[in-house]
Ligand binder design. Sequence first.
Ligand code: FE2
Length: 423
Amino acid sequence: MFDLLIKGGTLPDGTVSDIAVRGDRIAEIAPNITADAAETIDATGDLVSPPFVDPHFHMDATLSYGTPRVNASGTLLEGINLWGELREIATVDEMIARALRYCDWAASMGLLAIRSHVDTTPDHLNTVTAMLAVKEAVKDYIDLQLVAFPQVGLYRAPNGRENLIRALDMGVDVVGGIPHFERTMQDGADSLQDLCEIAADRGLMVDIHCDETDDPNSRHIETLAFETTRLGLEGRVAGSHLTSMHSMDNYYVSKLLPLIAEAEISAIPNPLINIMLQGRHDTFPKRRGLTRVKEMQAMGIRVGWGQDCVLDPWYSLGTADMLDVAFMGLHVAQMSHPDEMARCFTMVTETNAAIIGLQDYGLHKGAVASLVVLDAANPTEALRLRAARLAVVAKGKVIARSPRGDATLNLSGRPAQVRRRVT
Ligand code: FE2
């Protein structure tokens, strides 16, 4: 007797299999499981995937769009200034309420693991207090990992370093940074050395907002690779954004990519936000500002798609849908080959899970029983349709259901129902 049985679904690799759940674990995964279950989901013809994972988000700022006003210039820098105002007027309770509402959206979208940067700039650290409370509140259905993020610089902000350390002492999981926002290139490089040493001392992972600029000479990723290798942090460090690499000299990039690969640094481009914020100082042609995704992957560098923002000072849209994120990334990085489209789906599931170090993730016996049933036959169709999440299972419990994406039609001589699925 199982607690839950998902019958007949198609896994991302094309295998058709049943999945049996007992407690919060996958107990068996095989074709034609016949044992009884307390609850059964018929997924015949539908895609069953491990849950979506977002490796880069800002949950302390989410769902605050328009407060205290909208970002008129649309630039990263005006967004940082706006958030600086909001951060001082937002209360702990209000931040918790916004974040929990966002987590409801995420749960309904099958987005069940999120790495969120949390601003450690202000002395009151209300952001950290709020996000630690949210992490605890959602732990039964969302794995929320927090990054100590000195939004206005480790050294540029008063008490920037002290407050980052205080946040880590309060229980924040990962060390963050923003070297391109420090006062000088040298301060940026020094901050990376400092942050990587803090992470090495504490046995923590590192995730840096790295070179989020159109400046081709912003080369903190080189320093991050150096410090990662020097301190033996290989496989534990991520470079978020890396937009300057879009504009770098190709010869220099040919030297840089092997250094990133050698350091086993993961790359987290955020295509919705990069395409919206970068290139704002260009006339025409306007740069896309997305880092070199396919070139990195060809070098064996792990690259995942991140969401970054939903309805906040930097971005005025978003629905917690990682398929939206992958869909934009696919276009901007021109990943149109069938293998590349399928890889975009893997990037927002398995690859992102590996980047944040999620344990027991995936569809295999013994894994945590978290999965999504999608109204699509395969990963590429899921991307094309931004498919409905027919059912979302989190740690063994069905936590959300949505109707199929079909429509009725009232046209003479045409079918009464439209299905945009082709498989
Ligand atoms: Fe970010």
